[in-house]
Design a protein around this ligand. Structure first.
Ligand SMILES: Nc1ncnc2c1ncn2[C@@H]1O[C@H](COP(=O)(O)OP(=O)(O)O)[C@@H](O)[C@H]1O
Ligand SMILES: [Mg+2]
Length: 288
């Protein structure tokens, strides 16, 4: 069965219970995503990006509205929605190979030993980690750990790959390599991807659409920017591309003008002499 939209978020609102009463994190979030789309979620820290992602992952429950994946309501975690977190979350006592194998065994029962081995190796190859398959997480770099985390998620053959600031803790060069790998994998496999990022360049380079969120509380989608750049995309060529820079500018404008993050009056007074910037978002861009 084919669906016009693979994933639909309709009138989603989330209230979290707190000691002071319910805190409305999200309100009226509406988003339709087509199969194979690469979506970035961008917005200031604390606006509700992870709350949206965790809702799709089935880790959060909507207070109003809901999420439908291929005609089925989402209300618990499942292997068709694999998550990659910022901090790899690999099991430290298992090798890279064993970490991926565990996910395969958990989600794809009824396969022969040979089929499992081939599938684990295939996924490690996709992220260029074949050479370090037998290393423990403590023996590989942060970027390599994220690669294994991505291999583990892909090995579950998810319909939707969810990534919460997957490269946020990495240095700029490592991040660039991983972005290239993710673009390559996306073009090969065609999974639907939802990625949270703080990095404006990363969002423009990777996405088909950038979903920009307003500041919380009661955050919602402010604007959606379609990125009509041909693929494959090359970061060096795009650096001088007028369209690329236009998109980049649009995202910056949204974040720093339309949704400028203003501190409370008190903290503003305290910081005034220090000449502190009211903007807490880091773009991670070398050009800033
Ligand atoms: N379980 C929870 N209980 C109460 N408040 C929460 C909970 N999870 C998130 N929040 C609040 O919801 C808002 C959005 O959080 P989050 O989605 O983590 O933001 P982001 O990922 O954009 O930085 C924040 O104000 C946060 O404190
Ligand atoms: Mg978050």
């Amino acid at each position: 069965m084919t669906f016009k939209h693979q994933l639909e978020l309709t009138q989603v609102g989330i209230d979290f219970p707190t000691p002071k009463g319910p805190f409305t994190a999200l309100t009226d979030v509406n988003l339709r995503i087509q199969k194979g789309e690469f979506i970035s979620l961008i917005g200031h820290s604390g606006c509700g990006k992870s709350t949206v992602l965790n809702l799709v992952a089935g880790l959060n429950q909507a207070t109003t509205g809901g999420v439908i994946l291929e005609g089925q309501e989402v209300n618990e975690p499942g292997p068709e929605r694999a998550v990659v977190f910022q901090n790899h979350s690999l099991l430290p006592w298992l090798s890279a190979y064993k970490n991926v194998e565990l996910a395969v065994k958990q989600t794809r029962s009824g396969r022969s030993k040979k089929e499992i081995k081939d599938w684990v190796e295939h996924n490690l190859e996709l992220v260029h980690m074949t050479h370090a398959a037998d290393k423990l997480p403590s023996e590989i770099s942060g970027g390599m750990k994220q690669r294994v985390g991505i291999a583990r998620a892909l090995a579950m053959q998810p319909k939707v790959l969810l990534m919460d600031e997957p490269f946020g803790a990495l240095d700029a060069l490592t991040r660039a390599h991983l972005q290239d790998s993710v673009m390559e994998i996306h073009s090969k496999l065609g999974n639907t991807v939802i990625m949270i990022t703080h990095d404006v360049d990363e969002a423009v380079l990777l996405s088909d659409r950038i979903v920009m969120m307003t500041n919380g509380p009661a955050a919602t989608i402010g604007e959606i920017l379609p990125i009509e750049l041909q693929r494959p995309r090359n970061r060096i060529e795009l650096a001088d591309d007028a369209k690329y820079n236009h998109y980049r500018h649009e995202v910056l404008k949204f974040l720093y003008e339309k949704q400028r993050k203003v501190e409370s009056v008190d903290s503003h007074r305290k910081n005034k002499q220090k000449n502190a910037s009211p903007v807490t978002l880091k773009t991670g861009s070398d050009k800033e």
